[in-house]
Each structure stands twice: as structure tokens, then as C-alpha cells.
Design a protein around this ligand. Structure first.
Ligand SMILES: Cc1cc2nc3c(=O)[nH]c(=O)nc-3n(C[C@H](O)[C@H](O)[C@H](O)COP(=O)(O)OP(=O)(O)OC[C@H]3O[C@@H](n4cnc5c(N)ncnc54)[C@H](O)[C@@H]3O)c2cc1C
Length: 391
């Protein structure tokens, strides 16, 4: 599939970006067009991750964009991090997911809450992609309510003994290290680094996904796993620790969803101008123009919301609720645009000749993971009323 994507910048957002930010975005876009777009559909159909792109993702700063350079990260600002996520998801949500998990759910907690030894051991290798990481929070019986998790560890004197299971874990079957959230004997949640090859630890792949097929998803099973004590993240405990990682990842998702929407809009605009029915391009019909006009309006609103959120995040002022609003709004916006774009493409819209159906199916995962659409609504509701309506 030739990647004909052109970005549309209706409100001249590029004028708000620095030259460096544009350079990072444009270099990544060019590499993705050349090396990833042509192969992604095939990998998606085969439900496989194109692991040959891992070194490239490392080189373009997509593993730990904002992690300091002393630990191998790219040392970039939050807007650049967002732009990288936008470009990745413009190609495929599964590619963005791999980068999000590695950056915000694995490198971020090690950087924020890890010991110096843990940072030195894991971060540089995660930054290049030599190591792949995964993040185990969700359990078979505990999704939106991770605080009720049952995975647990006992202090055995010279090591911890870990038992339990995690499900729906992105990249678990290929991961070298898993950041696992588990309860100690007092019921307090801690992060533990579980390494590939530890006895009693397995990570079987989950099959049968109709969404996010170019990303590998699996389980994490712990059967009396002996974990060295130095693998506990010492810097923070409690549910707030994993939730802070989710803030960083959800911020990236808010940008990523704009990428999917931009791709669907550009494809629909081109198709509408080229496709002739009743002797005219379908773009000349009012109902098609309504769809296109609404698409570009919603993308522009999402870009403005997310850019401001990036500024707040860079200043350390973005709240969890503000991030929830952007994740929820942008993923919903992208999913609606994918559906409208699919209609504009007529029957062609369901084929693998266009990226639309893949984006649409991918976004069905994105709207559920990292907090469902409704849970994010409840977070906004709680923020504005001061009343928690989850339980
Ligand atoms: C492809 C994919 C990759 C994933 N990767 C990871 C990963 O790497 N690591 C990880 O830890 N997890 C991962 N997840 C899991 C994901 O975060 C969970 O699926 C998500 O948190 C929702 O949990 P659940 O699926 O168990 O749904 P449930 O929590 O069972 O929710 C089902 C429905 O009930 C609604 N609901 C639940 N509680 C309430 C309430 N109080 N009020 C109103 N409605 C409610 C939800 O909104 C939803 O509509 C992944 C999921 C997918 C699909």
C-alpha cells in the first residue's frame, strides 16, 4: 500500500511548534511512510508485530521520548512526545501502543520510582529497543477496578514470592521485563520488575483479537515466582503509582488518536475528490461535504485541546482529570471520523487497500484500554462535582 498521506493544518498549528519539534515529527513521518506503512497491513492481517521496526523506533526517539538522555532517553519535551505518538498512530494504533507501553508504562515507572541500579540496568536497553517491556495491571477479574487486584507477593526473607495472573498485557509474550503491580501481605500495591526466564513465570499470547492485530497481547502468569528483593520499585507504592504511569500514557493516546483521525480524514478527502458518481466527484454533494467539514472541525478542536494539555503537562500542571477528558474526547472523535470516512469510501472502505477499517477496528481497543470511555466520563464527573460515582 503506497502511503499518500498529507497532513492538514486548518488552524495553522504548526506556527505554535518549534523548529526542533517539527523536525522530530517530520523525520519520523518520513521513516514511517518509507518503512512501516508499506508492511503494516500485511502484519495486521497476519496478527503479527513487525519486530524489525523496533531499532527504528528506538532511533527516532519513540522509546522514552521524555526520559533524560543520561538514561538513554531522547530528553524531549511533552509536545514532541505527543507529536511522535500522533505520527505513530497515524500509521497504526498497534505501533503507537508498543511505543506507549515501552515509554510510559515501563520506562516511566522505572525512571520515576526505580533505584539507580534499576535505572542503569533497564533504561538504556529499553530506549534502544534491545529490551522490550510490558506493564501488568489488569487481571482476568479486575479491569476498571485495578485496586481490587489479587496478584500478591510474600516476603520470604531473602526474596519475594509472587503469585497471580494478569491479562490483556500488550507485548507480554515478547517482553524481557514486566512491570507488575501486586499487593504485599498488608494489601499495599507495589511495582515489581519480573524478568524473562524467572522460574514459574510464563507469558502466553492471547489470540482471536479483531482489533489492534499488529500488536501482540498476552497474559502474565506467576506461579510461586522467586523475585529478588532488589527488583521492587522502591520510590512509590499504592494505586497512585500505576495510575501516574497511565496519566503519561493516556496523554500520548490523546495525541495518537488525532493521528488516526488525520489519516482517515485525508484518505476520505482524497477519495471524495477522485470518486465520480452521477457524473461528478462525490465531494460535490452536500452530504459528503457535511461529513468532511465536521471531520476537520473535530480534528482541529482536538488538536487545540491537546496542544494546551501538552503545555500544561510540560509545566507539570496537567491534572489526571484534564488528561482523561482529552483521551476520552479524542478517541471518540477518531472513532466517529473513522466510521464516517468508511462511509465516504463506500465498499472500498472495508478493504485493506485503505487504512480506514484497520483504524476503526484498532480504535475499538483504544476506547477501552487505559480507562474505558465511560470511566473517563466518571472521572470528569467526579472532578466537577467532587462526588465519586464509580462504586
Ligand atoms: C488490546 C488491549 C491491550 C491492553 N493492554 C494492556 C496492558 O498492556 N496492560 C494492562 O494492564 N491492561 C491492558 N489492557 C486492559 C485494559 O486496560 C482493560 O481492558 C480496561 O481497563 C477495561 O477493563 P475490562 O476490559 O476488564 O472491562 P470492565 O472493567 O469489565 O468493564 C466492562 C464495562 O463496564 C463498564 N464499567 C466498569 N465499571 C463501571 C462503573 N463503575 N460505572 C460504569 N461503568 C462501568 C466499563 O466502562 C465497560 O464498558 C489492554 C486491553 C486491550 C483490549
Amino acid at each position: 500500500m503506497t502511503d499518500r498521506f498529507e497532513a492538514h493544518d486548518y488552524y495553522l498549528m504548526d506556527e505554535l511548534l518549534t523548529e526542533e519539534q517539527k523536525l522530530f515529527r517530520d523525520s519520523l513521518r518520513a521513516w514511517l511512510k518509507k518503512d512501516v506503512s508499506p508492511i503494516i497491513e500485511d502484519y495486521y492481517e497476519r496478527a503479527a508485530f513487525p519486530s524489525q521496526i523496533i531499532p527504528g523506533l528506538g532511533e527516532y526517539g519513540c522509546f522514552g521520548p521524555y526520559i533524560p538522555t543520561e538514561y538513554g532517553g531522547a530528553g524531549l519535551d511533552q509536545i514532541t512526545y505527543g507529536l511522535l505518538m500522533q505520527e505513530l498512530e497515524r500509521v497504526d494504533s498497534g505501533v503507537r501502543s508498543t511505543s506507549s507501553v515501552q515509554s510510559s508504562l515501563v520506562m516511566y515507572p522505572i525512571w520515576k520510582y526505580g533505584s539507580e541500579e534499576q535505572k542503569q540496568k533497564f533504561l538504556p536497553k529499553l530506549a534502544t529497543g534491545e529490551f522490550i517491556g510490558c506493564f501488568g495491571l489488569t487481571e482476568p477479574d479486575h479491569g476498571s477496578d485495578p485496586g481490587s487486584m489479587v496478584t500478591n507477593f510474600k516476603d520470604m526473607g531473602d526474596h519475594y514470592l509472587l503469585n497471580g495472573a494478569k491479562m490483556w498485557i500488550s507485548n507480554s509474550p515478547i517482553a524481557d521485563v514486566a512491570v507488575v503491580w501486586a499487593k504485599n501481605e498488608a494489601g499495599r500495591i507495589h511495582g515489581i520488575l519480573v524478568e524473562k526466564g524467572m522460574e514459574g513465570f510464563t507469558a502466553p499470547e492471547m489470540h482471536g483479537k479483531h482489533s489492534l492485530r499488529a500488536s501482540i497481547t498476552g497474559e502474565l502468569i506467576f506461579d510461586n515466582v522467586k523475585v529478588p528483593k532488589e527488583n521492587l520499585l522502591p520510590g512509590r507504592s499504592g494505586l497512585g503509582a500505576p495510575l501516574s504511569c497511565l496519566d503519561s500514557a493516556r496523554y500520548g493516546i490523546a495525541w495518537g488518536a488525532i493521528g488516526s483521525a488525520m489519516d482517515c480524514y485525508d484518505s476520505a478527502l482524497k477519495y471524495a475528490k477522485e470518486r465520480i458518481q452521477f457524473g461528478k466527484p462525490i465531494a460535490s454533494f452536500q452530504l459528503i461535504q457535511k461529513k468532511l467539514a465536521e471531520m476537520v472541525t473535530e480534528i482541529t478542536k482536538a488538536q487545540l485541546l491537546t496542544f494546551r494539555l501538552g503545555q500544561l503537562r510540560e509545566e507539570g500542571r496537567a491534572t489526571t482529570a484534564q488528561i482523561s477528558m482529552a483521551k476520552r474526547n479524542n478517541v471518540d472523535m477518531a472513532l466517529k471520523i473513522a466510521r464516517e470516512a468508511r462511509q465516504i469510501h463506500g465498499a472500498m472502505g472495508i478493504t485493506s487497500e485503505y487504512s480506514i477499517m484497520r483504524h476503526m477496528a484498532n480504535l475499538e481497543s483504544v476506547i477501552t484500554y487505559e480507562g474505558t470511555h465511560d470511566i473517563h466520563l466518571l472521572i470528569t464527573g467526579m472532578d466537577v462535582t467532587g462526588i465519586q460515582a464509580f462504586s
